[in-house]
Design a protein around this ligand. Structure first.
Ligand code: IVH
Length: 672
């Protein structure tokens, strides 16, 4: 009874907080004074600390700012806004450069030049200029489509509204980071968890007047779509940005050699606290635009850039309990629930323990005092245990051998490393394990998959608990009448949800394959499969012919992926899901990026080493021009390209089959 009263009181405070919060962020004048607002927030958090059962998702300890995301019009970016892969150490950097050298087939003595730019931890934005006039500004969104936040961006002083410089392109998207300086943040600290949230919250205000109240800054660093930009390097581009009236980062540098990148990284990391804005690493970009163009990008990150993160922030905390989470692919991941600690401005109450072996190796136990580390947006993890603080009666943690669904878990044998996996898995491949099923549903609706607006993880959990969904197809047969009567739902939100779901009935083959959540089939592999398989009919045919399929011919799809696809198709519930989805969805045939390219319908094989070019680059050139690389010399082959030291067997067979043989020069001539 007592607990009920405490909870009621707690929820009441949260409701009040939400109301004030909305007022503060949504309207230009807050209803109560800052200190009263802070007091209320503190009361809620104190209650949570005292009574561990209080855990509302709307608590100020979990939410930051107010995000009226539905209010902005969505607009497609003319050129996608990419993200970056991360490097944490010298080895990662060496690998990054090695891949570039291989791709471009560079000689050892060719020195690569990098533009090293501090990575500001803010919010990226794309500013569209036409004839020198700032016409529209978009948030990043999912990289392909952003929100029109023009009016809010116009309030930022650092953003030039009119540019008259002669060499300013007729049309260009200038991209950069919106952020708040630490000195300004300290004045509004109590309302946001960190400067990044403050910038984000402020930028997405409904009323631009509210945005103008928080001092936002803008630093420019790249461009998206452009017409008439004639510049050869990133460093010249950065210089031009300055001439055009944009702010650029004063710590930007041009650097050659990994060892010098590291020296610069160490220096800047030491200086980090003296700089008046948050930086979480350094972005390295190949300086030469021509090389950038040749390198291109994979899925959504360029091959020519990487973010070298600063070492993590860490704090000391105590493990309250260890929970086992089951992932989409059945992996059992132990997660430590820890006493909430602030690590670099973010409250952390969960930390991953990775897997069973890791717990054993570090002998991590419930009740232990531990060091928890957090780097950027990576999940916090437990680094070490302070054994001096361990209680006499503490017991070793026993990792469960059974999945909560009842299945015995297993550790797989890795054919390549000849070792057993460190990860324990639930063997279910379909929807028999509830935990896996829920994760697969979350994956199905996620941003990169079906991308159903407003259908987040929480809703999946909620609808699952209410038995409204169990399989992906159920999402298209929801009982909206029932949903309308649920807490927090009404006519409008139900109509929105229905609309969001219906608009996803048409989907590309690539996204469809990815959305199924087949293990080892991520976005890149789904794309490879889609391009090769072409139509959904061909894909569904795999249900019957998976054993003698020709998936082996796809460059990039190997033994592991094929085995995983076979496993997937052999499962009864997966088969049923596929047949149901086939009825519901309209799956668009896969199209190549350039259907009308000069090498249209032509197939190629390369044998031997090419001059100044890697296989990967040659393949990407062929594909960009609508050609296709196949793996075996047979009648379907149109051209065999030969480099240095080719395989004689391939040449002989090609001659026998009357296949045209090209030297590298002849092939490049074909492309002009
Ligand atoms: S370049 C090439 N340059 O980092 C594509 N990004 O994870 C990436 N960022 O969304 C953009 N400083 O918000 C670039 N000097 C810089 C950057 C930078 C910060 C952010 C940006 C982007 C994210 C990529």
């Amino acid at each position: 009874m007592k607990n009920l009263k405490i909870e009621k009181d707690y929820l009441k405070k949260i409701k009040l907080f939400q109301e004030y919060n909305k007022y503060y962020y949504d309207k230009s004048d807050p209803k109560i004074s800052d200190s009263k607002f802070d007091q209320l927030k503190k009361e809620i958090i104190d209650l949570e600390n005292k009574y561990k059962f209080l855990n509302s998702k709307n608590s100020p300890s979990k939410t930051v700012g107010f995000t009226p995301s539905k209010n902005f019009k969505k607009v497609k970016h003319k050129t996608q806004m990419l993200s970056l892969s991360n490097a944490f150490n010298e080895e990662d950097l060496n690998n990054f450069e090695k891949k570039i050298r291989n791709f471009l087939s560079l000689s050892k003595d060719f020195e690569l030049e990098y533009s090293a730019e501090p990575k500001i931890d803010g919010i990226s934005a794309s500013l569209i200029y036409k004839n020198g006039k700032f016409t529209m500004g978009l948030s990043r969104g999912d990289g392909k489509e952003g929100e029109d936040i023009t009016e809010n961006l116009k309030t930022i002083e650092d953003i030039p509204k009119i540019i008259t410089a002669k060499n300013f392109p007729v049309e260009i998207d200038i991209r950069g980071e919106i952020f708040i300086q630490n000195s300004d943040f300290s004045k509004i600290k109590t309302k946001f968890a960190n400067p990044r949230n403050a910038a984000s919250g402020s930028l997405r205000q409904k009323d631009p007047k509210a945005t103008s109240k928080i001092p936002l800054k803008f630093i420019a660093y790249t461009y998206g779509f452009t017409k008439n930009l004639d510049i050869k390097t990133q460093s010249i581009f950065l210089k031009n940005l300055k001439d055009w009236g944009f702010k650029t980062n004063e710590y930007n540098k041009i650097i050659k050699g990994i060892e010098n990148l590291i020296i610069n990284h160490n220096k800047l990391e030491k200086k980090r606290n003296l700089i008046d804005f948050e930086i979480d690493g350094i972005v390295y970009k190949i300086n030469d635009f021509e090389l950038q163009k040749r390198l291109g990008y994979v899925t959504n990150a360029p091959r020519w850039a990487i973010a070298h993160k600063f070492s993590a922030n860490s704090s000391i905390s105590k493990i309250i309990s260890i929970e086992i989470q089951i992932g989409r692919t059945g992996a059992l991941t132990p997660v430590a629930k820890i006493e909430p600690v602030n690590i670099g401005g973010v409250t952390v109450s969960n930390a991953t323990l990775h897997n069973e072996d890791e717990i054993k190796r570090k002998d991590i136990r419930i009740g232990d005092t531990v060091t928890v580390e957090r780097a950027g947006d990576v999940i916090p993890h437990v680094v070490s245990v302070d054994l001096t603080k361990r209680k006499m009666n503490s017991k070793k943690f026993i990792f469960p051998k059974k999945c909560p669904c009842g299945f015995e878990t297993t550790k797989e044998f890795n054919e390549v490393t000849k070792k057993f996996d460190a990860v324990r898995r639930c063997p279910d491949r379909g929807f028999d394990c509830d935990a896996i099923a829920k994760e697969r549903l979350k994956h199905f609706v996620s941003k990169e998959a079906l991308n159903i607006d407003g259908f987040g993880k929480k809703i999946v959990e909620n609808f699952w608990d209410l038995k409204l969904i169990k399989y992906p197809q159920d999402i298209f047969n929801l009982d909206f009448k029932k949903i309308k009567n649920l807490d927090g739902w009404g006519d409008l939100s139900v109509a929105n949800l229905k609309f969001a779901i219906d608009s996803k009935r048409k989907i590309s083959l690539e996204k469809f394959i990815y959305s199924l959540g087949i293990r080892h089939i991520g976005q890149e592999n789904a794309k490879l499969l889609a391009i090769h398989i072409k139509t959904d009919d061909n894909f569904f045919k795999l249900l019957n012919t998976i054993d003698n399929n020709e998936l082996r011919n796809i460059d990039g799809i190997g033994y592991t992926q094929i085995k995983s696809i076979k496993n997937f198709f052999s499962n009864k519930s997966n088969q049923k899901i596929l047949l149901e989805l086939k009825k519901i969805l309209k799956i668009k045939d896969a199209t190549q990026t350039n259907k009308m390219g000069i090498l249209k319908n032509k197939t190629f094989i390369i044998t031997g080493k090419l001059e100044n070019m890697s296989r990967a680059e040659a393949k990407s050139i062929i594909e960009q021009n609508s050609g296709k690389i196949i793996s075996n010399v047979n009648k379907k082959l149109d051209y065999l390209i030969i480099g240095e030291k080719p395989t004689t067997k391939k040449i002989n067979l090609a001659k026998e089959l009357n296949i045209k043989i090209l030297s590298q020069k002849e092939w490049l001539k074909m492309l002009n």
